[in-house]
Design a protein around this ligand. Structure first.
Ligand SMILES: [Zn+2]
Length: 338
């Protein structure tokens, strides 16, 4: 396909132009989380011609995702495809000229340096503060800009972090919000709220890639598509006593105080302490005596009431049917091994 033709309407937009388009082609962007927000970020940036996209996601596609996770379809959910793999397939189909690098992995303190290596900009498509603080610590320590984006209910919020220059996530939220925190689980979510906030975040990434830093919004920007309330709180400078960007104390990158993880939107626990490769054929033979089991190239699914397990080739598993980590761990030990 003719690149000139493909991007012609974007190049006509003066602030992009020919030179901006070349910078987009040279940009290397990582998207952490390929759910609702990640789908929009990936789709917009792939279509805009960002030359290299690395997608990282620990989860798999389910029917309840399809209402808002715009890259996925019913076949992906039927196959329980890992979101990173399904997203890369869709992105390659809509722009074969760019490079996609999918990782069906949980971003952790142990692998953050490796998974985010060689990246110019990191974008937040996650659904939890633990991973966001980890991204923030990595970004500040490596001096890589990143864009925070979150949506729940009818409300979305985003902030662009320029390490050492603007406020960072820890400047604005020194601690993870405690008490009753709204999630997609408790408050639901409108797909339009996600799309709005992800569109703003993707545009910030384009400005960063092109070098249009004077156009960044430099606020904690929020918008409610239902009530029409909106706010832009100044975030132009770091907080003077910020743990991350002033004291450079990267507790999340060191892995301290990392809680167990239950996944947003589901009654489930992730087990990832024991990483070792799993032979899906051999595991299928073993598990078939205990329940129903099937696998494809990317995931193995095992059902035994009242739980459902999704097992990845590296031994990581998501156990659905409980939020009790002890229950999930013992069940995993019993059927996969300890
Ligand atoms: Zn800070």
């Amino acid at each position: 396909m003719d690149s000139f033709e493909r991007y012609s309407r974007q190049v006509l937009f003066r602030p992009v132009g020919d030179s901006g388009q070349k910078k987009l082609a040279a940009a290397r962007i990582a998207i952490v989380g390929c759910g609702a927000t990640g789908s929009v970020l990936l789709s917009l940036l792939a279509r805009a011609g960002v030359g290299y996209l690395r997608m990282i996601d620990r989860d798999y596609v389910e029917p309840s995702n399809l209402q808002r996770q715009m890259l996925f379809d019913e076949a992906d959910a039927a196959e329980s495809l890992p979101k990173a793999i399904a997203a890369a397939q869709k992105i390659r189909a809509l722009n074969s000229e760019i490079t996609c690098e999918p990782h069906a992995d949980d971003l952790t303190p142990g692998n953050a340096q490796e998974l985010l290596h060689g990246i110019d900009i990191v974008l937040d498509g996650t659904d939890n503060f633990e991973t966001r603080y980890l991204i923030n610590d990595f970004a500040i320590s490596a001096e890589v800009p990143w864009v925070y984006a979150a949506a729940v209910g009818s409300y979305g919020v985003t902030m662009t972090v320029l390490p050492g220059e603007t406020a960072c996530l820890a400047c604005v939220f020194p601690d993870s919000p405690k008490g009753i925190v709204e999630t997609c689980d408790t408050s639901g979510i409108l797909n339009s709220a996600v799309n709005l906030i992800a569109s703003i975040a993707a545009t910030e990434a384009m400005k960063l890639a092109i070098g249009a830093r004077d156009k960044l919004h430099r606020t904690l920007l929020s918008y409610d598509v239902w009530t029409n309330e909106h706010a832009a709180i100044g975030a132009t400078h770091p907080r003077s006593d910020c743990r991350a960007c002033r004291q450079r104390d990267f507790i999340h990158l060191r892995g301290e105080g990392r809680p167990h993880i239950t996944l947003c939107g589901r009654n489930s626990v992730q087990i990832h302490e024991r990483q070792r490769p799993v032979d899906f054929d051999e595991m299928t033979r073993r598990l078939s005596a205990h329940g129903s089991v099937r696998h494809n190239e990317f995931v193995l699914k095992f059902w035994r009431d009242p739980y459902e397990m999704t097992l990845f080739p590296d031994g990581r598993a998501i156990i659905k049917g409980t939020t009790d980590t002890a229950v999930a761990r013992s069940w995993y030990a019993r059927f996969v091994g300890s």
